[in-house]
Write a protein that binds this ligand. Structure first.
Ligand code: HEC
Ligand SMILES: [Cu+2]
Length: 487
């Protein structure tokens, strides 16, 4: 399948071109060495976009007075299946709306605090030259609005965030976003641009523990994150919401890190960044595998996609990716190009230690204490427990709705392999699996690690899977699991 390009930018791209060409600023026929002197004669309403979209590039437009209207909204949202969180947001999304400006623009910032909010907030934009980055002038109570103004002088990609005390808590709840300041004449055109921002979250319950999870101040102080995510929640850019591109296109990601605490080791599995604006500034690095994005920092990443398939965006502090949610997906469509990537050309078994499956040690204590009288649990309880376990353990590979990842992780949704042999599914969950299998007509040859689950947990998660997504409705009991375990 070939996607239409969503943006209409010119395809031509000067490969060695600089992202931020610093030069003299023109306004009409006049030139200005100092961007402070650029006059603004016209007023324009800023286009703001929700992630992962970005507004239209500034192109060759003159500097203007740009009116930004932003509304602060406190709202309950989903962190991961079964888990909700009280987010504080700029414009109702995490990260907040993307603001796109050019050097010399004078920004008239209208900040509104929705009357149903509980707290005062403000905004500190790292693109501002002035006290508190605007925070000093923008404190606004619920049901009020404030207006302040600043001129953008330095080209680059900047974080904005709330800076109301306790600052860490406002940021931890999702109050951050990006503002881009393009140089005179704009950035080099590319085929696709996306807006991605990492953030760490601290909840009273651990990862996947269901229900509305309150913010945990002590964990935040200890920098002990339960969730590390892209665009506000687990799976925000996975499956149907994956980023997309066609083979041969150049992609630019405006990447931010809201923190509050963690530094991102940002990496795309299977891709190399042709160009990175280091820390979102004017220095360009080339051919980068992993780029470091500080908390409260940003970077612009450009790369041409050469081969079709599935690419995963991760924080390469890798437990965050597979266990805390720091994973997004880029789906590339188009024709295979054997010059670039040949796929598998030979295949065989290599097992130096007799088997490639890693066995996670079973937590004996947990096995003992988790023997809540299963007989007393209702079907709803079991499904709820199963759902939480799925979100904690299977989700990272088998995905949100059990759809898996093509060629890598087989589906658990509507899966013939799963439905035709229950003991085998129990066995795989307990002991892991390697070697070739065929699921719904597609071959997989990978390794699933043995899962560190008790008999009860294994029974609950499999019952949840069997009773969802078009599967056959089997109820798996702890006795069934025990029987397979003792084999
Ligand atoms: C680290 C990634 C990973 C995790 C986590 C994981 N799996 Fe798997 N799973 C795989 C892979 C890879 C295969 C295919 C193995 C092969 O090719 O031999 C697989 C295969 C399976 C299969 C058989 C194939 C099918 O589609 O029916 C079942 C059943 C299964 N997994 C269940 C689970 C359950 C239940 C969990 C959570 C308790 C889980 N898996 C967690 C990677 C994972
Ligand atoms: Cu705030």
């Amino acid at each position: 399948m070939i996607l239409k390009t969503t943006t209409n930018f010119s395809l031509s791209l000067i490969a060695a071109g600089l992202l931020l060409t610093s030069c003299v600023n023109k306004q009409g026929d006049k030139q200005y060495e100092d961007p402070r002197d650029i006059p603004v004669n016209q007023v324009m309403q800023a286009e703001l976009t929700a992630p992962p979209n970005v507004p239209t590039p500034v192109g060759k437009r003159m500097a203007k007075k740009l009116v930004v209207d932003m509304e602060i909204v406190e709202l309950e949202g989903t962190m991961v299946d079964g888990v909700t969180y009280m987010y504080w947001t700029f414009d109702g999304t995490v990260p907040g709306s993307f603001i796109r400006t050019r050097v010399g623009d004078e920004i008239e910032f209208h900040l509104k605090n929705h009357p149903q909010n509980k707290l005062p907030h403000n905004i500190d934009l790292h693109a501002v030259n002035g006290p508190g980055g605007g925070a000093v002038s923008s404190l606004v109570a619920p049901g009020h609005q404030t207006v302040f103004s600043f001129k953008v002088l330095n080209p680059g990609l900047y974080v904005y965030h709330c800076a109301t005390a306790p600052v860490g808590m406002h940021i931890a709840n999702g109050m951050y976003g990006l503002i881009l300041v393009e140089p005179e004449g704009g950035l080099e055109p590319v085929d696709r641009e996306y807006y991605v921002m990492q953030g760490d979250f601290y909840t009273e319950g651990s990862y996947g523990e269901p229900g509305l999870q309150p913010f945990d101040m002590q964990k935040a102080i200890d920098e002990d994150a339960d969730y590390v995510v892209f665009n506000g929640h687990v799976g925000a850019l996975m499956g149907e919401r994956a980023l997309e591109a066609n083979v041969g296109e150049t992609v630019r990601i405006f990447l931010g890190n809201g923190g509050p605490n963690l530094v991102s080791s940002f990496h795309i599995i299977g891709e190399i960044f042709d160009r990175v604006t280091v820390e979102g500034g004017s220095l360009i690095n080339e051919n980068v595998q992993t780029t470091l994005v500080p908390a409260g920092g940003a970077a612009m990443l450009e790369f041409k996609v050469d081969a079709p398939g599935e690419y995963l965006l991760v924080d390469h502090s890798i437990f965050r990716a597979f266990n805390k949610g720091a994973m997004a997906q880029l789906e590339v469509y188009g024709e295979e190009n054997e010059k670039v990537y040949k796929g598998k050309i030979q295949e065989g078994v290599y097992a130096p230690e007799g088997g490639a499956i890693q066995v996670m040690p079973i937590d004996r204590e947990r096995v003992a204490t988790s023997k809540t009288e299963v007989s007393e649990m209702t079907k709803e309880d079991i499904m709820e427990r199963g759902r939480a376990i799925y979100g904690r353990t299977c989700f990272a590979c088998h995905q949100n709705n059990g759809q898996g990842v093509p060629d890598v992780f087989p589906p658990l949704a509507n899966a013939d392999y799963l439905n035709e042999d229950i003991d085998r599914a129990i066995e795989i969950t307990l002991r892991g699996k390697s070697g070739e299998i065929t699921v719904n007509g597609k071959k997989y040859n990978s390794v699933m690690p043995a899962q560190m689950l008790s008999d009860e947990e294994t029974a609950h998660v499999l019952t949840y899977i069997y009773n969802n997504w078009g599967n056959n409705g089997t109820g798996v009991t702890p006795e069934m699991v025990r029987a397979v375990r003792s084999k």
